[in-house]
Design a binder for this molecule. Structure first.
Ligand code: NAP
Length: 256
């Protein structure tokens, strides 16, 4: 049974792997036996994440500097990672951000930036890694979406842009699953509010107890909550699962 989740001999690239959720997933994949590289724009953050993962589990994770909104950089990273590892079996796209503005005031340049990172950047990674995986005959793609892909917020305002990007991303996941099969599976993980750098500036301290109390599992989500689900979607255990969104949300979408 444990072999079902074993990632020994597999290679993974985690885009956004120096971020809260991406780093926890990168560590989880490494602990399950995969060789892992993380990627994002800032070298300093990548180096910090590499050393924290090493300290936490002893794994030697490598990194690529890449702006995933630049298609030439994404293609170059796909090319280099396949050359460095010999093949890439697992791609995780955990890049993304949220900026909140009331719908009546939403600045459309922020809207475009959010779509550029949260949807187009993920699609470009799916495209360039997916086609190489398909040619190789094997691949597992995991895109990090959100409960906000299927649940608007009320009475809290401000999520029109973020909700729109994550709803769009869910359809990217489903259509890529349709087109990259049967060799490659494409699935999403949909977390709820998790205290990572992305959320520290958005969620006031006073709101945390209420957020924890609003879900059946009665606590705030932590980044490591996504690690096990990512190992599942990256491993043979999910061999016949594709085009799905796995909500890792303490039960929020069940009661929403
Ligand atoms: N935290 C939550 O409450 C929550 C809830 C639901 C879903 N999510 C989703 O989970 C994912 C991870 O969120 P997080 O909370 O872990 O965020 P985070 O800590 O801010 O990490 C985001 C990561 O994405 C990278 N990134 C941003 N733009 C990029 C670009 N253009 N190219 C390459 N990398 C880029 C960032 O690194 P650089 O800035 O160095 O590039 C960072 O490593 C996102 O898709 C987010 O929407 C988060």
């Amino acid at each position: 049974m444990s072999n079902l989740f074993n990632l020994e001999g597999k290679s993974a690239v985690v885009v956004g792997g120096a971020g809260g959720i991406g780093q926890a997933i990168a560590q989880g994949l490494a602990e399950a036996g995969a060789k892992v590289a993380i990627a994002s724009r800032k070298e300093e953050s990548l180096q910090r994440a590499v050393s924290e993962i090493k300290e936490a589990c002893g794994a030697d994770v490598t990194y690529y500097i890449c702006d995933a909104t630049d298609e030439a950089q994404v293609e170059a990273m796909a090319e280099k990672s396949f050359a460095d590892f010999g093949k890439v079996d697992i791609l995780v796209c955990s890049q993304g951000f949220n900026k909140k503005f009331d719908a009546e005031e939403f600045p459309m340049d922020v809207w475009d930036d959010m779509f550029n990172v949260n949807v187009k950047g993920v699609m470009m990674c799916n495209k360039h890694f997916g086609k190489r995986m398909k040619a190789n005959g094997y691949g597992k793609i995991i895109d990090i979406t959100s409960v906000r892909s299927c649940m608007a917020t009320f009475p809290m305002k401000g999520n029109a842009g973020y909700c729109a990007t994550k709803g769009a991303l869910d359809m990217v996941i489903r259509q890529c699953a349709a087109e990259f099969g049967p060799e490659v599976t494409v699935n999403g993980i949909g977390p709820t509010v998790t205290m990572t750098p992305m959320m520290e500036s958005i969620v006031p301290e006073a709101a945390k107890a209420g957020i924890a109390a609003s879900v059946p599992l009665q606590r705030m989500q932590v980044p490591a909550d996504c690690a096990g689900p990512a190992v599942f979607l990256a491993s043979e255990a999910s061999g016949f699962v594709t085009g799905q969104i796995l909500y890792v949300d303490g039960g929020l979408t069940a009661i929403g």
